[in-house]
Design a protein around this ligand. Structure first.
Ligand SMILES: Cc1cc2nc3c(=O)[nH]c(=O)nc-3n(C[C@H](O)[C@H](O)[C@H](O)COP(=O)(O)OP(=O)(O)OC[C@H]3O[C@@H](n4cnc5c(N)ncnc54)[C@H](O)[C@@H]3O)c2cc1C
Length: 543
């Protein structure tokens, strides 16, 4: 394995060099789907380039519920094969990225007239565990009223019958995407953010892909034998650029999450609860917060590019929380942050978005560009395998997929059994440099084994705070250019600790300025961009 650099320092040189190559494969889109394909293809020895128009995971893959799950609700739609497939996949993803995937027990309260009766839930969870091959000691439990209240005292007791308690996994979707891309870089893959694909042509069996570098305002043209469109909500737009669209294939559904201070919704476990209109929502404790979501409403493609929540979305979630939990009534001003994602779903005429299957689908154009859409974060590896098997075949090659065995960047020397031991060692290392971090959990799950690099940076660069060393690490090793991307997708601080941003931006901007050679006007612009985005996360409109 050979490590390419993954930062903005030699970007133009490396882009120029890549213009002269003929790639086996170009992947459009740096969400989880594109990232998985990049890793699968490069680990099989394919010379692969990924182009992302904004930041990695800036589309749907940074805006999900952040669960690696089989999708219990899909049992209601009799999607047994989907549940089996992604359910089994959870264990593989956990094994490959044990620092990023956190096992969680979810509590599903049962109410009179709720989605599930006790016997139904018992059968559904048994089937769910069986389909996903859950280990015996981790299988579901069904609680009576008293045990349920003991487990989750915040629940509304009126009409409560009991609860189901079952296994899922939590992750950080944006970091998972990024670490998969970093793992692919170690297999000689090339990946660029802020490089927007503008035109696609094919001649003499070669794809010519023109992309625009929005940081440096320069166009580049790359060549490849195979082309994959993994652009999620933008799948049809890329198909149009390829002149390969007879009719639209994708419809979009908007999903909003809100973030509350944990003290305002002090749940002890993640809870999967009924909404007022008989859908289901997650409430998930994380850091010092609880996040809740999601909505599921049709999103017209003609709407604004950056999806935002409106007051109706927020009220819908708050009303459902207020009806399920016995806590002081939550209002709009309790929302400290939010995110809004768009599900790219395969159009099914006459169905509501919530009824459309979450299965993935391949669309192969006449000129052989492969589009892949639909699917789940959890099933990214299997989707990648399906696409790369096809590409390897098209290239008359025979390399087999082995991503089930590839450890994801940040998981060096970490496995499912030693997570706590590793955390203790890292805590001692932080204490050695007199940093008694109460943020160890966050740091471990964000960076895994790479935290030792951050600690070394703290020592060698004489930084006084962890956030400075984090910024240095992300600029040098995670292709970070914008402070907004640091606070949003590299660290999630904009979501879970927005109150710290003003203070921390002052600490980190000198590092951006020094390492990326930015002048004070450029820095001012980037700070304003960050603060404007932060404001939007709690500024809800009426439309
Ligand atoms: C609210 C919500 C909650 C969800 N929760 C879960 C969950 O808990 N668990 C789960 O397993 N799944 C979940 N999902 C589903 C999952 O998030 C998506 O299936 C997945 O993230 C889709 O990834 P993608 O890579 O296909 O698309 P995206 O992540 O959107 O990636 C596509 C990328 O293509 C880029 N792009 C577009 N046009 C161009 C261009 N011209 N040039 C270059 N790049 C371009 C975009 O910028 C974008 O980054 C959820 C989805 C939503 C909306």
């Amino acid at each position: 394995m050979n490590k390419n650099s993954f930062n903005f320092l030699d970007r133009i040189d490396s882009l120029n060099k890549n213009q002269t190559q003929l790639f086996d494969l170009i992947v459009i889109g740096g969400g989880i789907t594109g990232a998985g394909i990049l890793l699968d293809a490069s680990s099989r020895g394919l010379n692969t380039l990924l182009l992302e128009k904004k930041d990695f995971a800036s589309g749907t893959s940074g805006r999900s519920t952040k669960l690696i799950h089989g999708g219990l609700r899909y049992l209601k739609e009799f999607e047994f094969s989907l549940v089996r497939k992604v359910g089994k996949e959870r264990a593989i993803v956990f094994n490959n990225a044990p620092h990023l995937i956190v096992p969680q027990k979810l509590l599903l309260p049962i109410y009179k007239n709720g989605t599930f009766k006790k016997w139904q839930l018992s059968i559904a969870l048994k089937l769910y565990d069986w389909l996903a091959g859950v280990k015996k000691n981790e299988r579901k439990k069904i609680f009576n009223f008293n045990k349920t209240i003991l487990k989750e005292p915040t629940l509304n007791k009126e009409g409560l019958v009991g609860a189901g308690f079952y296994s899922e996994y939590r992750t950080d979707d944006a970091r998972l995407t990024l670490e998969i891309i970093k793992t692919a870089i170690n297999f000689n893959a090339e990946a660029y953010n802020y490089l927007e694909v503008r035109t696609i042509k094919k001649s003499n069996n070669i794809f010519h892909v023109k992309a625009y570098d929005t940081v440096n305002n320069i166009s580049f043209e790359f060549k490849s034998k195979q082309l994959v469109n993994a652009s999620g909500p933008w799948t049809d737009d890329i198909r149009k650029k390829n002149n390969s669209i007879s009719k639209e294939k994708i419809c979009l559904s908007k999903g909003v999450h809100i973030v509350l201070k944990h003290e305002n919704l002090p749940i002890k476990n993640p809870v999967y609860f009924d909404t007022l209109d008989k859908r289901m929502c997650f409430a998930i404790p994380r850091n010092n917060c609880t996040y809740v979501g999601t909505t599921d409403t049709l999103y017209e493609k003609s709407e604004k590019k950056e999806p935002t929540p409106n007051i109706k979305d927020i009220t819908y979630i708050l009303d459902s929380v207020n009806s399920c939990f016995d806590v002081p009534k939550l209002k709009l001003n309790n929302v400290i942050s939010s995110w809004t994602g768009l599900r790219p779903l395969i159009l099914e005429e006459g169905k509501k978005t919530s009824e459309i299957s979450r299965k993935d689908e391949l669309i192969i154009a006449q000129n052989k560009m492969i589009s892949i859409a639909g699917g789940k974060l959890t099933g990214y590896r299997l989707m990648a395998k399906k696409v790369v098997d096809l590409i390897v075949n098209n290239l008359d090659r025979s390399e087999k997929c082995y991503t089930s065995e590839i450890k994801i960047s940040g998981s060096k020397n970490i496995n499912q059994e030693n997570v706590n031991e590793v955390k203790i060692r890292l805590r001692e290392k932080l204490a050695e440099i007199e940093i008694h971090s109460n943020e160890l959990d966050y740091l471990f799950h964000n960076y895994g084994s790479q935290l030792t690099k951050i600690i070394t940076l703290l020592k060698t660069n004489r930084y006084n705070t962890i956030v400075e060393a984090e910024a240095h690490f992300c600029i040098m090793e995670e292709n970070l250019y914008y402070p907004l991307d640091f606070f949003l997708r590299r660290t999630s601080k904009l979501y879970y600790s927005p109150e710290k941003i003003e203070e921390e931006i002052i600490l980190v901007t000198p590092i951006f300025s020094k390492l990326l050679n930015l002048n004070s006007d450029e820095i001012k612009l980037l700070i304003n961009q960050l603060l404007a985005y932060k404001k939007r996360l709690t500024n809800f409109n009426d439309d």
